[in-house]
Design a protein around this ligand. Structure first.
Ligand code: PMP
Length: 360
């Protein structure tokens, strides 16, 4: 008996990995540094006690969608929710990508955009950004006209660079995408940390999907909950594709309850944005290059040391950042997720010490 053969395209893929190490300061996966408010956790535990576990949950998750819509300023039928924004993206790709269709990304960007596209059988065209990780609208125009992608991805703020797109840029890309009857996905997993959101451009007659998540701002990475804001006709198509009852009862309750703590969450975002400013100005005094960030993380590159060595030196001091040093287009780059003020200070002190130590 031989093993069943996997799809040829899957056999060629590498999985998506985000290694964890046993360290005391973990600043590598863009999570929120603090748990949700204790009152939220208490109320959630109470509410879970009254779930009717022998029944399927609400299939449409209508209460959750209505509440997200209220918070985001859209209509309830313009919201689609799923298990993390990763599942939202996957559902959009299963619906609008697929064999014979093309997805367009601008690299470097979030690796799952191309990975999920390929899993859905979609051809991927990887466009380039400038050396400063910005979009070049001439390149965007050429690639869209040449490949007529069914799905075009932007990520704003972009992971792992932190750079965010202006309203004018998103408007222009949307026009180009619509000229080939394509769909623009703006991944706003870090949208709350940025000065502007593409959701302002949403309407029933635009080919635009904006995806967001509870994992970062809402301190709820463990819950696996994300959502899309999109025209109602598009949401109706996603509802056909996603598995029935994909959102379990406890997650629907968690998502609803979390939105009772808007003020608390806004305060956390404001605190992280302030920390971002403090860390960026401290990094400016060190021997590293960095890029302006609209997210809860900062990409930086030691000027005179190898990124891999600095990463290891930080690990030796029990601090873990994301090692992007060997990723395409990101030679020697490291990505710091902003933690608590104490964690950030510990990181800055360690980095300064490492960069000051003469190389052997
Ligand atoms: N989009 C981007 C740009 C991300 O960085 C992440 C998390 N790493 C996600 C989507 C997925 O987030 P989640 O599935 O936790 O909502």
């Amino acid at each position: 008996m031989s093993r069943p053969k996997v799809r040829d395209d899957v056999a060629m893929m590498e999985g998506y990995h985000s290694p964890q190490l046993d360290v005391s300061i973990r600043l590598n996966t863009n999570e929120a540094p603090q748990p949700p408010p204790p009152e939220f956790t208490r109320r959630l535990a109470e509410a879970i006690g009254s779930i009717e576990w022998h029944r399927y949950p609400s299939r449409s998750a209508s209460a959750l969608r209505a509440r997200i819509a209220e918070v985001e300023g859209v209509e309830a039928d313009q919201v689609f929710a799923a298990n993390g924004s990763n599942e939202v993206l996957q559902t959009v790709l299963l619906t609008y990508g697929g064999p014979g269709r093309t997805a367009l990304t601008f690299e470097p960007t979030y690796a799952l955009h191309s990975h999920l596209s390929r899993i859905a059988g979609t051809a991927v065209v990887e466009g380039e950004r400038t050396d400063e990780f910005e979009l070049d609208l001439d390149v965007v125009e050429t690639l869209i006209a040449r490949h007529r992608p069914a799905v075009t991805f932007l990520c704003s703020p972009n992971n792992p660079t932190g750079r965010f797109e202006s309203e004018a840029t998103i408007r222009r890309v949307l026009e180009l995408v619509e000229a080939v009857d394509g769909l623009l996905i703006v991944d706003e997993a870090y949208g709350q940390f940025a000065p502007w959101s593409a959701k302002e451009l949403l309407s029933e007659d635009r080919n635009l999907v904006v995806t967001r998540t509870y994992s970062k701002t809402w301190s709820m990475a463990a819950a696996r909950l994300g959502y899309a804001l999109a025209p109602s006709w598009l949401v109706a198509e996603l509802d056909k594709v996603v598995l029935p009852y994909h959102l379990d009862a406890s997650k629907q309750i968690a998502g609803l309850l979390a939105l009772d703590y808007l003020d608390d969450m806004s305060a956390r975002v404001a605190a992280l944005v302030e920390e971002r400013g403090r860390v960026q100005s401290a990094l400016a005094d060190l021997d590293v290059d960095q890029w302006e960030s609209g997210a809860n993380f900062i990409l930086f590159r030691p000027r005179h040391r190898s990124g891999a060595q600095v990463w290891q030196d930080l690990v030796d001091r029990s601090i873990l950042v994301r090692n992007c040093a060997s990723w395409p287009r990101l030679d020697d780059c490291l990505r710091l997720t902003l933690g608590t003020a104490e964690e950030n200070t510990a990181f800055l002190d360690a980095l300064a010490e490492i960069l000051e130590t003469p190389t052997p």
